[in-house]
Design a protein around this ligand. Structure first.
Ligand code: ZN
Length: 883
């Protein structure tokens, strides 16, 4: 690959910074193409550093206009400016003030890192290494400073000027059309948490009284005219602030908390101190434009970013290898919040679906890496499902192992001990070991070893003794750079469902009751002998998904149907149905590939019918049970020689069978779940819509014209986006005139609303027809599409590559070609988003030979391209790398 070969950064090379920065004073005069940045740093030698050293500051795509030390301009020869930094080889021996002036062009910034413009407004994104695109600075999270920022702009162009911390001064610049605002953030922070916003924005505001009685001014800023749609986000913020006080004793610390929504954003949102900046997709909501899923995401992302104030900002990361310290922990916290706001079991099922759909896939392919990686070439490529989602599972396992109280004691110790510091994973885990008085050294392997553990469980029942032996072996498959592994500590929550369907007590022979039913595995193979177990008892393994592992148990279909009917653990009841479906689907995939006829399983249909008939179950939960494994789930369970076409056909056959066999029940439920009255996004109402729309989709699966008409009517008449979108998604699966009419109508209705048009792009990109390739090519030329906007790219090309298994993986390789072409076109515009798109190839080795060869050719075409960004080059090289 002809690309700059940045050498890998290694955790083992970590050294404390030579220089510390106590204060940063910024004076930023905003201008569309010539923004002037004056930075004044109070530097002092780090007492922990080895000795006197040069001052080395990071920079990216900037040049210094002037450099002064203690007010004295430096000769050009006294410092060294390179494309990636500024070095002062002979700085003063003690503390000094360094002033640097730079000029940047926010309008030309298409990477959306540093200072850029979105819809004419100014905003910043500094995590992970964007601050160095604004000014020269030791851009590493263990350099924490107190920031004061003076912002100046044309009053007309940017009437609103926001910064971190509290507003301390504002006014007009006399004799000009300009005004200014000065923001001061008293909490030392790393530069990745710096932010500013300037523009014509409207806001929804509120005040929040904290647990100690302080008043905080809250604001959610959006493009003027969209204020109406910021109300739900503001309410979600208030709920998050209250919850963190109640659940973790964490109080907000500034007088102001602002959130700004922008239309162009590389990720979901960013936790800048006191000034969160969001992808507007996670702010803007109205019943007509946002689905129930959108509302739930908004609530979760608002909470996530808010929770970072303590887990990320007050306590930050020592270096980027520790990313999971803030991300995994904060995902865990937002999951808990959503569980408390909504349904805990449904949230758990949804989270596990995401974990398996993204993280297990990552773990099984060439991009597998530990929750805490020990080397990287491009840190932007490590904002992954492993760091976030598996990182959250690791925190959850700590809670499961220690129990709620001791877990909370560990969290309290962490907050008390590390407040104001840049911490490590070791320091985090030490707090739990200490608070609980337990040894967590083996547990640290969860941070160091990549891959998904596989448990093989074999039962032996001794009728005479009334014991059940569970022989459990764990294997952690090899991953890149990690050929062999050590056994992990695995908290396995166990249930014993007795012959009458009730839970039995869990007692280990010779040891007595098992604390909370959690078996703790620590060895490669071990046997647990449970006593007081009558014949006909079925074990319910990994209840609540207590560990992020795969389980291979010797449960029969009868056992699974028994659990599907009786398991008191809602997660495992759902899991039993999923496992039944998965086994049937995998069998039928093989049958289809062999040219045979698919097997129809009346027992499975019966199990589903029983769940449908159980009136005690919440609709949202039943909707999850009725949603059979996705094509991705099936591919992952098959694991090798994957044929996406056969998977699609097997899944379609099952959906048709369910639609036919359950038709009367589905239709009754569809009618009964109808909700009149105004739309409300609350969880219970959303759950009824979810189930009703799953019923509609299954009813339509066999393609009966009456059901298609029902879907078309719902799509046309719905008064909310959830029902409209669900009906449109159902229609999209059926090649009928109604489909094209509904798509055209949808576009006309929402053509001025980019976030809704994204749904329209995404839906079409996911249609599992051969015609989709041309459709997507056509849509890429649509006036509403743009490579400059990450949401558009993700909606159209991202959905095609990540969610359209048959068409992305076309046997002729044309799907791969389309995505490679897009990655190449995008790389010069926005390498971060291009690299993310390129990860669509991460499962290429698991494909059947024809597709595998075509996917490899696509990756090789990328690899052979001159001047690839470091972001894309890193993904491509690792994807092609030997295991
Ligand atoms: Zn985060």
């Amino acid at each position: 690959m002809r690309t700059e070969h940045a050498r890998p950064i290694r955790l083992s090379d970590y050294r404390p910074p030579d220089w510390l920065v106590d204060t940063v004073d910024l004076d930023i005069a905003l201008h569309p193409t010539r923004t002037r940045v004056r930075s004044r740093l109070r530097l002092r030698p780090n007492p922990q550093a080895v000795g006197p050293a040069a001052v080395v500051l990071d920079g990216d795509d900037i040049t210094p206009l002037s450099v002064r030390i203690d007010g004295v301009p430096m000769a050009d020869s006294a410092y060294l400016a390179t494309p990636d930094g500024l070095t002062i080889p002979q700085p003063p021996a003690g503390p000094f003030v360094l002033e640097i002036e730079t000029e940047i062009d926010p309008s030309a910034n298409t990477k959306l890192m540093g200072l850029y413009r979105s819809s004419g407004n100014y905003c910043t994104q500094c995590e992970a290494e964007g601050f160095r695109r604004i000014t020269f600075f030791p851009d590493r999270p263990d350099v924490m400073a107190v920031y004061t920022t003076r912002l100046e702009a044309d009053r007309d162009e940017a009437p609103v000027l926001l910064g971190n911390g509290n507003l301390i001064e504002q006014g007009d610049v006399p004799g000009t059309t300009r005004h200014f605002a000065v923001w001061h953030d008293p909490f030392p922070k790393p530069c990745y948490l710096f932010a500013l916003v300037g523009g014509r924005l409207g806001a929804r505001t509120a005040t929040f009284t904290t647990m100690s009685g302080r008043t905080v001014a809250l604001g959610v800023y959006v493009e003027s005219g969209k204020e109406e749609r910021a109300g739900y986000a503001l309410e979600a913020l208030e709920r998050s602030m209250r919850w963190d006080e109640q659940a973790f004793g964490r109080e907000y610390d500034l007088d102001v908390f602002n959130i700004v929504a922008v239309a162009d954003f590389n990720m979901g949102a960013m936790e800048n101190k006191g000034l969160n900046i969001f992808n507007d997709k996670y702010i803007l909501a109205s019943p007509e434009t946002a689905t129930d899923a959108d509302y739930a995401h908004i609530e979760a992302v608002i909470a996530h970013e808010y929770f970072h104030n303590w887990t990320g900002n007050r306590i930050t990361c020592r270096d980027w290898f520790q990313l999971c310290l803030k991300e995994g922990l904060t995902v865990f916290r937002d999951q808990e919040f959503s569980s408390d706001m909504r349904s805990r079991p449904v949230k758990r099922i949804a989270d596990v679906r995401v974990l398996r759909g993204h993280q297990f896939v990552e773990d099984a392919g060439p991009l597998a890496h530990p929750v805490r990686p020990d080397t990287y070439r491009e840190i932007n490529n490590f904002y992954t499902a492993t760091v976030y989602e598996k990182g959250a599972e690791v925190v959850r396992m700590l809670e499961t192992l220690l129990g709620r109280e001791r877990f909370r004691a560990g969290m309290d110790l962490y907050f008390a001990r590390h407040d104001g510091h840049a911490a490590t994973v070791e320091e985090f885990v030490a707090c739990f070991a200490e608070a609980a008085g337990t040894d967590l050294s083996q547990f640290m392997l969860w941070y160091a070893q990549a891959g998904t553990p596989e448990l093989a469980v074999t039962r032996r029942h001794d009728a005479q003794a009334g014991t059940l032996s569970l022989e459990i072996a764990q294997v952690l498959p090899p991953t890149p750079g990690q050929p062999s592994k050590s056994p992990m500590v695995i908290p396995l929550a166990l249930g014993l469902v007795g012959p009458d369907g009730d839970d039995l007590p869990i007692r280990l022979a010779g040891h007595g009751p098992v604390d909370r039913g959690v078996l703790v595995l620590t060895r490669a193979a071990e046997t647990f002998v449970l006593e007081g177990v009558p014949a006909g008892t079925v074990p319910s393994l990994n209840r609540g998904f207590s560990a992020p592992v795969k389980i291979n148990a010797d449960l029969t279909s009868d056992d699974l149907r028994f659990l599907a009917a009786h398991d008191s653990d809602p997660f495992n009841r759902w899991q039993a149905v999923q496992t039944l479906a998965s086994e049937l689907l995998i069998e039928n995939v093989a049958v289809i590939r062999a040219g045979g006829a698919v097997r129809h399983d009346g027992g499975f249909v019966h199990a589903l019918a029983a769940v449908l008939a159980d009136e005690r179950l919440a609709p949202a939960y039943v909707a999850q049970v009725l949603s059979i494994p996705s094509e991705g789930d099936i591919a992952r369970d098959i694991g090798r020689d994957v044929d996406p076409e056969a998977i699609y056909l097997a899944r379609q056959a099952l959906r048709r069978a369910l639609g036919n066999d359950l038709a009367p029940t589905l239709r009754i439920l569809y009618d009964r779940l109808r909700q009149d009255g105004p739309y409300s996004p609350d969880a219970a109402s959303a759950g009824r819509r979810a189930l009703r729309n799953v019923c509609l989709d299954l009813l339509a699966a066999p393609g009966h014209p009456a059901a298609i008409t029902l879907a078309a009517a719902q799509c046309a008449e719905a008064d909310n986006m959830t029902d409209r979108m669900a009906a449109l998604a159902t229609l999209a699966l059926h090649d009928t005139p109604q489909r094209e009419a509904a798509l055209a109508d949808f576009f006309e209705r929402f053509r001025t609303d980019p976030l809704v048009i994204d749904k329209w792009f995404a839906l079409q990109a996911m249609i599992p027809d051969p015609g989709t390739l041309d459709r997507v090519r056509g849509l890429a030329a649509h006036p509403a599409f743009s490579l400059a906007n990450p949401n558009r790219v993700r909606a159209l090309i991202g959905s095609f590559a990540q969610a359209n298994h048959t068409q992305f993986n076309r046997a002729d390789g044309e799907g791969y070609r389309l995505v490679v072409d897009t990655v190449l076109a995008l790389d010069g515009v926005n390498p971060q988003v291009a690299a993310r798109l390129a990860t669509a190839f991460r499962s290429w080795r698991a494909l059947e030979p024809t597709r595998r060869a075509a996917a490899r050719a696509g990756l090789e075409r990328l690899a052979g391209t001159a001047s690839l960004s470091r972001d894309v080059a890193d993904i491509v090289e690792r994807s092609l790398g030997e295991r």
